[in-house]
Design a binder for this molecule. Structure first.
Ligand code: NAD
Length: 389
C-alpha cells in the first residue's frame, strides 16, 4: 500500500499532509510512503528527513499520483478551488484521496472528483467523537488559526497588549473580545491572555462559560435564554440565527469597548452569521482591529473582505484566509498526526479495510466508484438517496 504525498499546490499554501515523523508508523503498518520532492520544504521538513525515516522521494507530482494507492493532501480539489482541478486527470479509479475537500462547497466540484472514480474522504466530515478526536483536522487547524489571529491583531494594533508600569507612566492593557468560543476561540483567548490582554468572550452556547473563565477570560452574558444551542455533534444550530437581533444592542456596546475583536463564529454548511455590523463598528475607537476568522465563509463582520485587510473609519478589518498555513511547521505536524491516525485506522498489515460500520470511515467517505456516496452530502445537495444493491 503506497501512500503518496504531493506538494500542496494552492497558491501560498505552505503545509504538507504528512511530516517525516508519520512515516515510521505507516511503514510499521505495512505501507510505503512516496513524497514529492520538496513537498515539506516550506513547512521546514527536508527531503532527507523523509528519506531517513524510510520514505521515497518522487521527482514530480505525476509520479506521486501514478505510484500511490492513497493520496494524502491538505487542500484537495474542492478546498483548493484555484489550482486543484489540475489533479483530476492524475486521479484514477479505486485510488484513495484524503484531505480537505470542502464537500459542501459546489456540487459540480464534488461530481468532478466522483467522476475520476477516486475513493475520496473529506477530513472535515470527521465525526466529533472521543475516538475520532486524534483525527480531527478541523480542530487542529482551528488551534493554529486562533493562535495566529491574536498575533496578527497584536501586530496591527497601535497599542501594547499587556499592562506596563513604567517610569514614563502606566500603560493600560488591551481589551480583546472573542466572538465564537469553539476550538479557535479558546486558543485565541489563551494566546491573548498570555500576551497580557484583558479578554472577554461570547458564544451562543452558554456551556462554554466555564471554559472561558478557566482560561482567565470574562464570559459576556447577553440576556437571552438560548437553550439547546448546540446539536449532538457539538455544532451551533442555525435556527438560533433568528434570536441574534435581540442581542445586537448589547453586543454593539461590548464591541465598542474593545480594542481587538476576533470573530470565529461559523455554522456548518451555512454562511457565517453577521455579528459585527457597520453600525456596531461606528462605536469602535480608531486604531481598533477586527480579525475575522470566518472570512472565507462570508465573514462575521459585515464589512469583511475575504482575503483582504481593509480600513474603515480607522478600524482595520482583516479577512485573511488560511491562517493555519502561516504556521506551517506545527500546522503540518498536527494535520499529519490526524491523517496518519485516520490511515492507521483503516490499513492493517498493508491491507486496506474499509469497514463501513466504522463511523470514522462511513462519515468521511464522499465518493466511490464514480458516485457521490455520502448520504449527508447527497441530502445537502438535494440528490436522491442511493439505492443499496
Ligand atoms: P465551530 O468552528 O463550528 O464554531 C465556532 C464557535 O462559534 C462555536 O463555539 C459556536 O457555538 C459559535 N457560534 C456559532 N454561531 C454563533 C453566533 N451567532 N454567535 C456566537 N457564537 C456563535 O466550532 P468548533 O471549534 O468546531 O467546536 C465546536 C464545539 O465542539 C466546541 O465546544 C469544541 O470543544 C467541540 N469539539 C468537540 C470535539 C470532540 O468531542 N471530538 C472535537 C472538536 C470540537
Amino acid at each position: 500500500m503506497m501512500v503518496g504525498v504531493p506538494r500542496e499546490s494552492f497558491p501560498g499554501e505552505r503545509r504538507v499532509a504528512l511530516v517525516p515523523a508519520a512515516v515510521t508508523g505507516l511503514i510499521k503498518a505495512g505501507c510505503e510512503v512516496l513524497v514529492e520532492a520538496d513537498a515539506g520544504l516550506e513547512a521546514g521538513y527536508t527531503n532527507s528527513e523523509y528519506e531517513s525515516k524510510g520514505a521515497k522521494i518522487a521527482p514530480s507530482r505525476v509520479d506521486v499520483f501514478a505510484g500511490a494507492d492513497i493520496i494524502a493532501q491538505v487542500l484537495c480539489y474542492g478546498a483548493n478551488d484555484h489550482t486543484g482541478a489540475a489533479d483530476l486527470p492524475l486521479m484514477r479509479k479505486g485510488q484513495l484521496l484524503i484531505g480537505f475537500l470542502r464537500p459542501m462547497g459546489r456540487l459540480e466540484t464534488v461530481q468532478a472528483i466522483a467522476s475520476t472514480g477516486v475513493t475520496s474522504f473529506a477530513i472535515e466530515l470527521m465525526p466529533r467523537t472521543t475516538r475520532a478526536q486524534s483525527m480531527d483536522a478541523l480542530s487542529s487547524m482551528a488551534t493554529a488559526s486562533g493562535y495566529k489571529a491574536v498575533l496578527i491583531a497584536a501586530d496591527t494594533l497601535p497599542r501594547i497588549f499587556p499592562m506596563l508600569t513604567t517610569a514614563a507612566g502606566t500603560i493600560t492593557p488591551a481589551r480583546v473580545l472573542i466572538i465564537g468560543v469553539g476550538v479557535a476561540g479558546l486558543q485565541a483567548i489563551a494566546t491573548a491572555r498570555r500576551l497580557g490582554a484583558v479578554v472577554s468572550a461570547y458564544d451562543v452556547r452558554p456551556a462554554v462559560k466555564e471554559q472561558v473563565q478557566s482560561l482567565g477570560g470574562r464570559f459576556v452574558e447577553l440576556p437571552l435564554e438560548v437553550k439547546d444551542a448546540q446539536d449532538a455533534g457539538g455544532y451551533a444550530k442555525s435556527h438560533y440565527e433568528a434570536c441574534y437581533h435581540l442581542q445586537r444592542e448589547l453586543r454593539g456596546k461590548v464591541i465598542a469597548e474593545s480594542d481587538v475583536v476576533i470573530t470565529t463564529a461559523v455554522v456548518r454548511g451555512k454562511k457565517a452569521p453577521v455579528l459585527v455590523t457597520k453600525e456596531m463598528m461606528v462605536g469602535m475607537a480608531p486604531g481598533s482591529v477586527i480579525v475575522d476568522l470566518a472570512a472565507e465563509r462570508g465573514g462575521n463582520c459585515e464589512l469583511t473582505k475575504s482575503g483582504e485587510k481593509i480600513s474603515v473609519n480607522g478600524v482595520t478589518i482583516i479577512g485573511w484566509i488560511n491562517l493555519a498555513s502561516t504556521v506551517p511547521y506545527h500546522a503540518s505536524q498536527m494535520y499529519s498526526k490526524n491523517v496518519s491516525n485516520f490511515l492507521l485506522n483503516m490499513v492493517k498489515d498493508g491491507k486496506l479495510n474499509l469497514n463501513m460500520q466504522d463511523d470514522i470511515i462511513s462519515n468521511t467517505l464522499v465518493t466511490q466508484d464514480s458516485e457521490i456516496v455520502s448520504p449527508r452530502i447527497r441530502e445537502f445537495f438535494g440528490l436522491p438517496a442511493l439505492v443499496m444493491q
